[in-house]
Design a binder for this molecule. Structure first.
Ligand SMILES: [Zn+2]
Length: 372
């Protein structure tokens, strides 16, 4: 009579035998049987559908993949376009999503109202047919309002020159003032997705007169890194966060907390700016030079750093910021947390209505000459 142990051994042996047989025959499928006979061709009707499908196809990429999963983009964007059920989509290996539209008219409508956001972060959106272009999925089409430009400089060439510092200028708009409304100056630009947002900049218009401090406001922009201005990550994971003190990080956390009141948030941001100002003043007092790079960061430069996102760190700027990033008490938001936050926050999948319609007869559009 066999013992239980003997039975088990026997059974295992049989299973091993079956497994290895499966593996052997699976591997044998790698023999290129059939490869030598006539080649196959895709049916003509399938070939005809392919270019037709892709003529009305847009490729979409989330700028912050940590918070923008492709399945979410698939579900959210057709709603934002008001084309639910009228656009098909398919996720690509690189995390981009192809959207197949019913008509060219729908594509034009979608492109006209860009940019769009998903979970607060921007998405880049290009025609599939332009996929070989060097700027494919590299730009966001922003309308940028230029604030504080003195009346006398509201001229197309000056405005275009200012706009060109932000991106490739597509259009210049100067709306004249009326009794009911102030003048408005704006540019439509293609903004490089890796450039930091700039919100304030001192601009020298003529060399012999004092510079003016201009403000820039991006229509359709929602979330960005409030330390370096990047469109591609939140401040908690910014590499420049290492240069901030624990207190500064706490203030930024408070300043972006949707559970708090607007007053509590703005108070925190004021304190943050005040600490930063002190840092800049003390650094100036010690004779540190302001670099060209520092000047380009704008209003949200971290204290005493002036570092652009890719600029090397200056060890002299680390004084007073000895807290290592992992020691800083700020909690890092997980993607799920961001999703939840998005549901709390007002939805801002921005559909920019053309503001030109509101300004009939008063808009001065200055389109650039056609590209060669
Ligand atoms: Zn950053």
């Amino acid at each position: 009579m066999e013992s239980g142990d003997d039975n088990m051994d026997l059974t295992e042996g049989v299973y091993q035998h079956i497994d290895s047989t499966k593996e052997i025959w699976k591997a044998l499928q790698d023999m290129k049987l059939g490869a030598g006979s006539d080649r196959w061709s895709i049916h003509e009707d399938a070939r005809r559908v392919f270019p037709k499908d892709h003529r009305t196809c847009l490729v979409v990429m989330g700028l912050n993949p940590y918070h923008q999963n492709p399945a979410g983009l698939k579900a959210a964007l057709p709603k934002a376009w008001q084309l639910t059920g009228r656009v098909e989509s398919q996720i690509n290996d690189d995390g981009t999503v192809n959207f197949y539209f019913e008509s060219e008219h729908h594509i034009l409508m979608v492109l006209e109202k860009a940019p769009y956001t998903y979970r607060g972060w921007l998405v880049a959106l290009y025609r599939w047919s332009n996929r070989s272009y060097p700027d494919f999925l590299r730009n966001i089409p922003f309308k940028v309002k230029i604030l504080n430009l003195p009346n006398m400089y509201r001229r197309p060439e000056i405005v275009r020159s200012i706009g060109s510092k932000l991106g490739q200028v597509r259009e210049v708009s100067i709306i004249e003032p009326t009794v009911n409304r102030a003048a408005e100056v704006s540019v439509k630009i293609d903004f490089d997705i890796d450039d930091p947002d700039i919100f304030t900049k001192e601009v020298e218009i003529f060399t012999n007169i004092p510079p003016v401090e201009l403000g820039f406001r991006y229509t359709g922009l929602q979330k960005f890194c409030i330390i370096c201005g990047s469109l591609r990550h939140e401040f908690e994971v910014c590499k420049d966060a290492a240069l901030l003190t624990r207190r500064q990080m706490e203030l930024l956390d408070t300043g972006t907390n949707p559970y708090l009141s607007a007053e509590e948030r703005s108070s925190a941001i004021r304190q943050y700016l005040s600490i930063r100002q002190e840092g800049e003043t003390s650094r100036t007092a010690t004779g540190a030079q302001t670099t060209e790079e520092e000047a380009t960061v704008g209003i949200i430069t971290p204290v005493g750093t002036g570092a652009r996102p890719n600029a090397p760190m200056d060890s002299t700027t680390l004084a007073g910021s000895s807290v290592a990033p992992e020691e800083q008490g700020t909690k890092r938001k997980a993607p799920e947390a961001a999703n939840e936050e998005n549901e709390r926050a007002p939805k801002r999948l921005v559909l920019n209505q053309s503001e030109l319609e509101e300004t009939q007869g008063l808009v001065v559009l200055h389109k650039p000459p056609p590209q060669p």
